[in-house]
Design a protein around this ligand. Sequence first.
Ligand code: FAD
Length: 574
Amino acid sequence: MNRTSVRGGEFLVQDIDCRDVFTPEDFTDEHRQIAETTAQFVANEILPINGEIESKNFDLLLQKLKKCAELGLMMIDVPEEYGGLELDKATSMLVMERMAFARNFGLSYMVQTGIGMLPLVYYGSPRQKERYLGKLFRAEMIGAYCLTEPGAGSDALGAKTTATLCEDGSHYILSGTKQFSSNAGFADLFTIFAKVDKVHFTAFLVERGFAGLEFGPEEKKMGMHGSSTRQVILDKVRVPVENVLGEVGRGHKIAFNVLNVGRFKLGAFCVGQGKYALSEGARYANERRQFDVPISSFGAIREKLADVTAMTFASESVVYRLAGLIDGRLATLEKGGDSSYHEYLKGIEEYAAECALAKVFCSEAAAGSIDEMLQVHGGYGYIAEYPIEQLYRDERVQRIYEGTNEINRLLIPNLLIRKGIGGKALGPACAAVTAGDFAAHKGLIRAMKETCLALTGHAVKRFGAGLAAEQEILLALADAAIQIFALESTVLRAEKACAAATEKKRELYRAVVTLCSFTARRQVINAAERCAAFLEDETSLTAMAGVTSYRAKGLLAAKRLLAEATSQAEKYIF
Ligand SMILES: Cc1cc2nc3c(=O)[nH]c(=O)nc-3n(C[C@H](O)[C@H](O)[C@H](O)COP(=O)(O)OP(=O)(O)OC[C@H]3O[C@@H](n4cnc5c(N)ncnc54)[C@H](O)[C@@H]3O)c2cc1C
């Protein structure tokens, strides 16, 4: 696993050694086996009934959730002391990725094992866990998470749902309306956020059978038709005091820590969608003939296959690097006892900026990939018979939930600055950066970091605490940081993998890096120029010479190589 642990946000102020990143090439046999179990489950149990799930046959969906639980796929994040498997985050992400092939079932799975179950795993008392956790990971109970309200979306802490302690102190009385609760149509246990005495933001475990809990009709959505999304209406619901989750007034910690993991899981789901879209597009391109040849012989189509392969590689590199960072940190903690969860959560919180950037990068990469693969299908991509049509509709919401991409972008520089990144500079380049096959790309990444740090430092100096209100500047800084993390993850993964790869495979790794460096460079230049223009100071762009002077050598050959390999394999090739 990792040689040394890189702390949250430090990727911007350090040169990172490729031996310090976890990559998909580091998966163990156990990782691969559980991924294969998931893929088989999806292929045999879910894909044949996708149509029924799309038409909201929730009884069938529940049967399949139970079957999935029987395979142990719902207990991956559950502590051993409560009967779970307590496997690493790499496993959890790998299963999530494979579940993306299950489309809407995958969303219900993601809700159940993420926002549905994790509040209880992380914050539940031993009694609460004993009462509910086993039922959740056996899918005898389904979980839902109710944070959003009609008047409180991004501003989640502006919730109006109230909780008032009744006179004998035995129950809280909850009243209010929660909006867009996934799984609500069939969930049994709801984590509901409400304000005690209209002030203290608090989480409660609410059972479906509690009197006064009602539901709005199913929302008529653009996509994700096979998932349930409803309002949850609380009309003086009596919730026993023992169902307060965590502490009164500490609900914001639960909400945000669970969202960190939720974002990360969504990133993995998006990687799976990119792979799914690519296999659909590559296969269709070989089957479809125009002008007497398969459309996969056209450069226009081949370029899309190459670009999507590179985007998916970058997303995958981001997700598993982050899994390695978090796993590395969590491995240093002592297991067992409820105080260990406090440390555990601090370990995850450490990488909150990376979780946010993984969500943004991977959801946008999936959106771009699916859009391009739909285009490969021409008019047929618009027709429901082809899976790409559903993927296109389903994908859109991913830039909205788990915090909109704007909110996540705003978080990134704020979190990094809070860690003191604003005033820092890179030290002298170490040997790992200046040597080897990937030295030019690593030089580019260094120059990107210097540019981003100079702009951040400048913005902090100019605005101080007022920077939080300068959203256009923060978004530009976020864009630069996201691209830097993604490109670095890509390059370091390729460098590490090349050490053990055949020459043929090495060429593919080098090709993907060439494409990703070309794209990231353009994005960072755009972000940095935007930021400098907003700041009305071009001097902070001096460091950008190393970015602008970089030239992508062999770009066309690299694209053609990746396109040929993808077209032949008819799927993601790494
Ligand atoms: C299908 C679906 C399933 C969902 N599942 C769940 C669930 O299970 N549980 C749950 O609690 N919620 C769920 N949500 C809700 C989801 O998390 C919210 O929709 C999301 O957080 C955005 O809130 P909003 O829709 O109120 O948009 P708003 O917050 O009103 O945002 C509207 C626009 O304004 C921007 N904006 C808002 N505030 C700011 C700001 N401070 N600075 C800059 N820009 C800003 C946003 O980025 C967005 O572009 C789900 C939503 C959908 C559509």
